[in-house]
Design a protein around this ligand. Sequence first.
Ligand code: BGC
Length: 391
Amino acid sequence: MKKKLLSIIVATAMVASLLVGCGSKAADTAAPAADAATEDAAVEEAAPAADGSVQVGIVLPTKDEPRWLQDQAQFEKILGDAGFTNQVLFSQGSSATEKTNVETLISKGIQVLIICAQDGAAAAAAVEAAKDAGVTVIAYDRLITGTDAVDYYVTFDSFAVGAAQGQYLVDNAPEGSGIPLYLYAGAATDNNAFIFFEGAWSVLQPKIADGTFVIANSSEAVALQDKAELTRDELGTIIGQITTDWDFNVAKSKAEAHLTAVGADMKGDVLVLAPNDGTARSIADVFATDKDVTSYVVTGQDSEKASVQYVIDGKQSMTVFKDTRTLAADSVAMAVSILNGETPATDATYNNEVKDVPSKQTDIVVVTKDNVKAALIDSGYYDASEFTGLE
Ligand code: BGC
């Protein structure tokens, strides 16, 4: 009985915290947890662990990108506020560390694993170990491929991210035709890199095919430029050539090499598809220092603080806001449903080569100088004092 009371308080706190932090969407998804508080058996399972075990384990790819620290902060806040024991571990770029992290969390008694894979294919072994231990697996942001050991997937609309980046370049391109276009992609081990590029290609390809844009730095993309839709293998061939590995230094050295390799006809006013904020800042810095590049339009994503400042300063053209509050809250709401013995609400499916994974998908917002304040400050994501030159 005591346990039941505690869990009702927890469920209520959970809903309240989701309501406060995340707007109506998260509130909707939190509803099942509240409903479940009326069912005795389920309620007992949802109570916070009294024995010091960890209920929800979270594994994130790296501490070295601000993006994942944003997610960590949200998880710790939402789960902590709700009284659920949890632990966040980082894989630091290593699938072996990731697997050890998962094993550590299994040994601490987790019931739900929320994992953003370092490498979508390599992570299969780690989540299979979790499944074998009776843990429910939620793939977070990046899909884990080639295994049936993924129960759910919580993600942003990654195709929309890439399409928004491509559309921004189209809408902000200089007049005329033959405009140089530099293409960069994420890590080939990340399923998202494929979806982002596919989204961008869907918008850019017609402009490349009709000669408005000219690809400056990828012979593989040039070879496929008349194809509106690319197969996974074709995407892989292009990404293999223009990957940044999600690494700022790789992005920087590739951009330098590309600008060294091209002639004056590929400079002047240029367009740059950069896959995320970290790589966008590195690439932008390189393009900014080339005296033959008159102007550049460069994309990004994540709305990392440093890139928001770059957008305000006109050094990065746009970023995509992926509200980690919503994604973390959606995953937590899902975890709570699972702990309550319920089937979580989903609204999409993603095929991971073995199964259609039931998924919860979140919308994205394009951020430019014009709406930084509305999107990121007024929404309470950042404080205005964290930036200079904000109007
Ligand atoms: C995420 C991006 C992130 C990138 C590099 C992707 O899977 O969706 O938000 O910038 O990984 O960490």
